[in-house]
Design a protein around this ligand. Structure first.
Ligand code: 26Q
Length: 809
């Protein structure tokens, strides 16, 4: 129906009438969006059901990707693309006088994630289904996703993000598969017939209700499931609260605490606070998921002893690490297995990805809080820890300090990363450098004890959303040049290397880039009132705002450029537009100040006639997936300037590259692998290396004041932070000045300033050599195939999950 345009049009009109009793003339864009959405959902339902039936029938091993975040963005166009129906559908709507873009833009982004980790989970789902793999996502259906950002007077203001306000056409509530999750209460071990039996009483029950969203494979018949759990009251318990005594207020209180579990996503991705509600969220997801999976397995196979042969559970960072003790609980308490057997099954089932080496991001929970919220789970973690420490003792007898450093429970805290390493068979980092740092430094002791558990899986992005869908013009140009095999096998983009000097390819590439730049210019004009020149270089830094990502280095360098321009208005430079997009965690004061600084510098620079031709700065508010899709195709310079060793991988870097932008970046995360792929001539590398950075941390020897006194450019921009150049109140950027100088510039912004300025100068020169630049751009696209998440997922499936594809008929 979706490829037969005439039938599609008929059905669309019928459906619109049935759902809303309207014709196109009277329908709102939202009516049209929901009509199309429900047609798509109906259309996939057959394949969805079939996929599940065939997985069951063939008894294939299934993968469950547990993640506290899934940053999906919009689904309509990417679903249509994967169904092979996007173009036909666009044309059919056009023939009905409807703009697909208007319809698509009605969809609220599903912003159920903070940034890289959540978006990675979404890219993975797309690749799993596209590679015919039996794999599903398990997460939380937050009522409010990541906050909506407004910029008011240059300051970030956060608003609740109500993505469900208009309903959600993609999900199906599956209340029949709800399970109960228990919090708090008392646990007693009693002697049963043949074993100790665990009795859990006086707990607070929470009903976990699954909402399922189809995950459609690309041009195949696979439809997997993203299952998001929502927390609801248990009816009997709610009624009992009414009946037993004083209790209208108690019942209301119960409802409030239960529903708060899936109410909002924590907006912080580096400074996890030890909040009870966060731990509740983590256990809620894990317990609901594990209970459901074990129940299904048991009813199929009659036993859980072969669980690890049919199920692989992957935990996305430590947030779902309680999957380990929860699976143990079910195997021990409900299935009655002995410890050894339960443990062996658990370890064989679970695998774990680490996404950070920042120590402040490592999750720990106070024993007190943990034990009172999850008494039975705590007992199991204690037992895991005791047995594991006994093993450590055997290997390292007498080395108290080492054992103390490696323990799961120590100094009154439960260390989630330690539990994850001990309880899983595979631990992976997300880029080569990151994995090396884990093995040699951050998790060195664990690597020595479990040398074979550690492995690397360099991140990837789905080329379907980030190239085919968001940049169809470039996709077509590639296909016209090398054929379309790259679509199913993105490594095939390498064939473009044979065309890097092709002038006609260059011209078409430039034309397409320019079209996207014009579109972005009009979006920017519309949203901010700022007119930017589509002939200027679009230099873009879009990502969460963090000290280590060093948006500050970028803006200080822009201040320096501005100083140069004021001194010499005819400074030879290609006109440049610097574009920023970034959300700061609401409690992260320094990050919020950096946003304010960017906006103040922007206001000044954009209104100064000296800069009119040469320099513009734009801060785009509310950076999110749907906006990202409009930015990457228009970008020419990709800012990947984190302090070396700090960015585990980065994935935005890959999206830019795939759309033909050139990277200016440090030797950090996946930038290193991008550099290896394209060669040093096709990327602008600068700054300290990770070993230099780590060496400074270890032995000292860095003095920020020295940088300030030695380099007049640095002194000048830093003084301008506090002398009224960009601020009205004196204190406004004092904190930034302080962190850079008085706190000795933890992220080496000043240390890298000079080499960054040099690299930026090189960007400017290279851009003026148009042919050279376009050649480099083609080289980047040509080598971007290895950063498709299809490659990443293929590696996970073979090396970690032991999962086989099943072609759905
Ligand atoms: C933990 C506990 C309590 C509250 C919040 C959190 C929390 C939430 C999100 C901790 C971390 C995150 C997200 C981390 C993240 O996005 N990391 C990024 O992961 C990407 C995918 O692997 C990498 O490319 C990035 O380098 C890495 O920063």
């Amino acid at each position: 129906m979706f490829t037969d345009k005439e039938r599609f049009k008929e059905e669309f009109l019928e459906k619109l009438e049935r759902l809303y009793g309207k014709t196109i003339a009277h329908a709102t864009p939202m009516d049209l969006y929901k009509t199309l959405g429900s047609m798509i959902r109906e259309y996939v339902s057959k394949n969805w059901m079939n996929t599940q039936l065939q997985y069951a029938e063939h008894e294939v091993k299934q993968v469950y990707y547990f993640s506290i975040e899934f940053l999906l963005g919009r689904l309509m166009a990417s679903n249509l693309l994967n169904m092979g129906a996007l173009q036909a559908c666009q044309e059919a709507l056009e023939e009905l006088g409807i703009s697909f873009e208007d319809v698509e833009s009605q969809e609220a982004d599903a912003g159920l994630g903070n940034g890289g980790l959540g978006r990675l989970a979404a890219c993975f789902l797309d690749s799993i289904a596209s590679l015919h793999l039996p794999g599903h996502g398990y997460g939380i259906r937050y009522k409010y996703g990541l906050f909506e950002q407004k910029i008011v007077d240059g300051f970030q203001v956060e608003l609740p993000e109500q993505w469900l306000r208009e309903g959600n056409v993609w999900e199906i509530r599956n209340s029949g598969q709800s399970v109960m999750v228990k919090f708090g209460g008392k646990v007693e071990m009693k002697v049963g017939e043949d074993r100790l039996v665990c009795e859990h009483s006086e707990y607070e029950p929470v009903l976990a209700v699954p909402y399922d969203t189809p995950v459609i494979g690309f041009e195949n018949k696979t439809v997997n499931t993203l299952r998001l759990w929502s927390a609801e009251t248990v009816a009997n318990y709610l009624h009992a609260e009414y009946i037993n005594g004083h209790s209208y207020h108690k019942a209301v209180e119960y409802k409030r605490t239960v529903e708060s579990i899936s109410e909002f996503l924590y907006p912080d991705d580096t400074h996890p606070e030890g909040r009870l509600l966060r731990l509740k969220q983590e256990y809620f997801l894990v317990s609901a998921g594990i209970q459901h999976i074990t129940k299904t397995h048991r009813s199929t196979y009659g036993t859980l002893t072969n669980f690890h042969e049919k199920v692989a559970i992957h935990i996305n960072d430590t947030h779902p690490v309680l999957a380990i003790p929860e699976l143990m609980r079910i195997l021990l308490d409900e299935e009655g297995l002995g410890w050894e057997e339960a443990w062996s099954i658990t370890v064989k089932t679970i695998s774990f990805t680490n996404h950070t080496t920042l120590s402040e991001a490592l999750e720990t929970w106070s024993v007190e809080l943990f034990r009172s919220l999850l008494p039975r789970i705590y007992m199991i973690v204690e037992e895991i820890n005791e047995r594991y420490c006994a093993e450590l003792w055997e290997r390292y007898s007498g080395q108290w300090d080492r054992i103390h450093q490696m323990a799961i429970i120590a100094d009154g805290y439960v260390k989630m990363a330690h539990l994850a390493i001990v309880g899983s068979h595979s631990v992976n980092g997300v880029a080569q450098l990151h994995t090396e740092i884990l093995k040699k430094r951050e998790m060195k002791l664990f690597h020595q004890f479990y040398p074979t558990k550690f492995n690397n899986k360099t991140n990837g992005i789905t080329h379907r959303r980030w190239l085919l869908k968001s940049n169809p013009e470039l996709s077509k140009l590639i296909t016209d040049t090398i054929g379309d095999s790259w679509i199913h096998d993105p490594a095939g983009l390498e064939q473009l290397t044979e065309h890097i000097h092709d002038t006609s390819l260059h011209e078409q590439l430039a034309r397409i880039k320019h079209q996207h730049k014009e579109k972005l210019a009009s979006i920017i004009q519309h949203k901010t009132g700022i007119a930017i020149d589509p002939h200027s270089i679009y230099d873009v830094q879009v990502k969460r705002l963090h000290a280590y990502k060093r948006q500050l280095l970028n803006i200080l360098h822009i201040m320096h450029l501005y100083n140069q321009l004021r001194e010499n208005p005819s400074l030879p430079m290609a006109p440049r537009t610097f574009i920023f997009g970034a959300k700061a965690a609401p409690g992260y004061h320094l990050a919020k100040r950096v946003i304010k600084l960017i906006n103040n510098v922007a206001a000044q620079v954009n209104s100064d006639p000296i800069c009119q031709e040469k320099l513009k700065i734009v801060f785009l508010e509310n950076y999110r997936v749907s906006l990202a899709e409009k930015i990457f195709p228009a970008a020419e310079v990709s800012e990947q300037i984190s302090t070396a060793s700090k960015e585990a991988s980065g994935t935005g870097n890959m999206k830019f590259m795939m759309n033909g932008a050139l990277t200016i970046g440090t030797l950090d995360g996946a930038n290193i692998e991008i550099q290896e792929a394209v060669g040093l001539d096709n990327i602008f590398i600068f700054g300290l290396t990770s070993s230099e950075v780590l060496n400074y941390y270890q032995v000292g020897g860095y003095n920020a004041w020295e940088m300030y006194h030695r380099d007049h450019r640095i002194k000048r921009v830093l003084d301008q932070l506090v002398d009224g150049s960009y601020n009205h109140s004196k204190m406004e950027f004092e904190t930034i000045f302080q962190t850079l100088l008085h706190h000795n510039d933890e992220f080496f912004v000043l240390r890298d300033f000079s080499s960054y300025a040099d690299a930026q100068h090189k960007v400017d020169e290279c851009y003026q050599d148009r042919k050279g630049w376009l050649t480099k751009s083609v080289v980047n696209i040509a080598h971007s195939g290895r950063f498709s998440s299809d490659r990443t997922i293929q590696e996970y499936a073979t090396d970690i999950w032991g999962a086989q594809p099943l072609i759905i008929e």
